[in-house]
Design a protein around this ligand. Sequence first.
Ligand SMILES: Cc1ncc(COP(=O)(O)O)c(C=O)c1O
Length: 403
Amino acid sequence: MHQRVAARTRGFTESVIREMTRLVLLHHPTDGVNLAQGFPDFAAPEELKEAAQAAIRADVNQYAITWGAKSFRDGISAKSRRFLGIDVDPETEITVTCGATEAMIATMLALLDPGDEVVIFEPFYENYGPDCILSAAVPRFVPLRPPDWSFDPAQLAAAFGEKTRAIVINTPNNPTGKVFSRDELTLIGALCSQHDCLIITDEIYEHMTYDGWTHVSPISLPGLRERTVVINALSKTFSVTGWRVGYVIAPPDLTGAIRKVHDFLTVGAAAPLQEAGAVAMQMPDGYYVQLRSEYEERRDLLVAILDQVGLRPFVPHGAYYAMCDISGFGFSDDVAFARHLVEELGVAVVPGSSFYREAGMGSQLVRFAFPKRLETLRRAGELLSALRPSARTRSSPSAAGGG
Ligand SMILES: Cc1ncc(COP(=O)(O)O)c(C=O)c1O
């Protein structure tokens, strides 16, 4: 008998995030709070909703140009000049995709050969592992170490070798909230220049930075423009995760390859939503100031709640997640703890092991997401107040299948 499923997909597991979402609905259909999945529970900007509706009414309902509507690409170029200080040619250096998710897989499929090695910081956003497997690339993991999620430069240098073709950076970072500093990016850039590697940088949380931290993109650093691929999307900045509109900025030769893969994968992102994207790119500076201050308020509230119940958060400088140390609660692992939270208290979170290649490495961590209304976070605080540190060790029947 032939295997009915390809070897490369057999190891894929169902997302734990979706499982937590299912469990909170099952056990607490009316009173639960989902802080597992990273999407807002508040409205998207009126201007964008109007623009999308107007585009549909104006019959922008057929395929857009496969690499993106001109108005949207022009907007992305203008916004890149405004925020990153770089000139990007909308005709040759931008590809519009179905979210950052497609942007990343199209980039890897287009630029990596089987056996090429890719350096990835760990903990990492869940998709990067499967992205490597689908493109037959080999990940080389380098730890980000709590509490500040710094990396050891010697360990990073040791991860680069003959076969290294790229590094994947995510700044501001999911799940840690780390914002990579100019010095760190300069060091990474020097290694990539030395080994002639690409820098693939996922900047989907670029506008969410706190405590005076600011986002630095490697594409804006001296000498790195030609080897940097920027992945981004409307999803987080404009609270439209369901629209599935993202983009890739890359030098023309790389963009040529990415556009071809993108064409075969999806043909194009939703045409009317790209018109709304053009409007999004023109939002005034005040929009971003307000976005940042509202997210900082949410961050502060969640951190205060977590502190109060003894969850020991690693305070994030960016993005919209907080990792917590659960070792004071006496659970055998993160999955047992997350199940307890969702089943007994009605709060869904993501077990830390989801972000590591070996479950044991995240076994005393869980991630809370805070793109939520203040009232939602307060409600989570009420539910979490039933949590009590315990000396007892509790275990999960399915702990081994953890992440
Ligand atoms: C780091 C990172 N990259 C990409 C994505 C996915 O983005 P999109 O919804 O635009 O595909 C997410 C979503 O959570 C993310 O956290």
